[in-house]
Design a protein around this ligand. Sequence first.
Ligand code: ZN
Length: 573
Amino acid sequence: MTTRQNRREFMGLTGAGIAGAAGLSWLARGAAAQVGSPLEPDLVVFNAKVYTVDPITPQAQAFAVKGGRFVAVGSNDAIKPLAGARTQSLDARQMTVVPGFIDAHNHAPGSILLYDVVVGNPYEVDFVTIASIVEKLRERARTTPPGFWVEGFFFDDTKVKDARALDIHDLDQVSREHPVSVRHRGGHTTYYNSKAFELAGITRATPGSAAGTFDHDANGELNGRVTDRARSVFNNVGKRPTYTPEQTLQRNRDALAFISKQFVRYGLTSVHHEGGDLLALQQVRSRGDLKHRVSYEPQDDVLEAMIAKGIATGFGDEWIRFGATSEHTCDGSFSERTMALSVPYPGVEPPYRGNLIFKQDELDAWVERVHRAGIQVNCHANGDVAIDMVLTAFERAQRAFPHPDPRPKITHCTLINDDLIRRIKAAGAVPAPFTSYGYYNTDKFHFYGEELMRRSMAYRSFADAGITAAAGSDFSPGPFAPLMGMQGMVTRKGWNGETWGANQRIGVDEALRVLTINGAYASREEAIKGSITPGKLADFVMLADDPHTVDPDTIKDIAVVRTVTGGNTVHQA
Ligand SMILES: [Zn+2]
């Protein structure tokens, strides 16, 4: 599908859309005010400070919604008279209204939050102790048969009060009869106990590779930390619980319904999901428990089925639609310091430049195959070396099989330089840097230093180059709160008071675009969402304060008073 056709279709559906966009509107002359008129809005919101993110009418006081879409936007005087007998009228009492926020990268199954041992705070900056981690895992071990895995999640190595590294000895205190692991929320490093290493046959002498390492302490002993692909040796050792297909489906449904509630609590109305149980997602939706819209990013068997059967990006509807692929992970992690850099990591001995998952020809083959199938390519690339490889693969595929508007997505796209910016622009690529790291993860920026941070999460550089950058929380690695993200983008000041790469600051309006319309652009849906525009889906958020006028260091504290998806209130504080 092309978005241009879409736009025409939707505008065609709602004559009111065109009239509304043009200012106001034959509706305002009273046609809709008659009771029972097919034009009578379902909802009118007035007395609001509306930031529409639509350049035609950037600010407004009021808008009307019908059939799940905005039908008119304008002044109180123009919009209030549209209300008929069956219209719900909502006095915003001068609160701020913005389009629903969009998260362009999220590992969203929700099952960890619902079923697993969570050793850190998924949503906020919060410090824990190693003793608390050990105790939570011990508690799980007490009800777990020997030989079965005991696993902890949402660990963050720089949010530990002990100010030392978690290690194999801590995890041996949990149990020597169970394999035990603690996964870093960044997703690229995991800590294991002795039993896990023993089951996997790993000793101090086992070598790592370019794609992942077994780390050692000062005496050359395994310290418990294993990075990226080296962790695959643990996949088929130890026991895990098994479920019937029906139990699995039920668990996945409950988990998706749970996380959907969390998303709308923070004002997200659209989320790009990295894979997940597609059947469960559809069942959650049909039961009325899906409160946000999903750009479903396929991986593995779903992606293969799409390629085999000719299902391209854009298939689906306004609630669940196939987007780009899931991130094709090309290098390591920013937060865990394994991303592929062109220079050695400052202060690391022996010299280390991060992990690269593929060789160029392997990446070329994958990108070409997906691109040829009409599926939007999406690669995870953090370091400048990996971003270069992704662009090389994409430029090659596009030369061989030109697409007029391909929008290859570069998830994270963390460390750039002038040449990469030029090539991203030329390729029409869409970077999706981390949403919340500018606030949440500043305690890790010193590992890179100011010189690299001036070129990282480069929202300013992207905006100045005319590149449409979206924002992806990467949850679980980053909290998904969009207002926490906005604060970091605007201030580049973290929870710890440190400021890094202040040259990459953007304004509130720019951040608002990144978090709304640019996210819609990243999933090729800017014709139907991302701004408060007549004809578009009525997804919006009401905020207790205006991020333009509060102290920028408090944007994250603004309360999300109400979240509305398709004209329906899905969260109310
Ligand atoms: Zn990710």
